[in-house]
Design a protein around this ligand. Structure first.
Ligand SMILES: [Zn+2]
Length: 65
């Protein structure tokens, strides 16, 4: 079932930073993958990663800072 006529495929990307090696990386996660929390660093494969909340591109007219 389609909702509306404007079907952009929004890819939710999430930024992470590895606690082990400090690498920052972006992943495209589905809701299921995200809730599973099964995220590992592409560099060192550590599961010790922090999600980085920065620059979430929400369309807005006002500046937040
Ligand atoms: Zn790492």
């Amino acid at each position: 079932m389609e909702v509306g006529g404007h079907s952009d495929r929004i890819m939710p990307t999430y930024e992470f930073r590895c606690k082990a090696c400090g690498a920052e990386f972006t992943k495209i996660l589905t809701m299921a993958e995200r809730s599973a929390g099964d995220i590992s660093c592409p560099k060192c494969e550590s599961m010790e990663v922090d999600q980085v909340f920065s620059g979430i591109s929400v369309k807005t007219d006002k500046k937040t800072w």
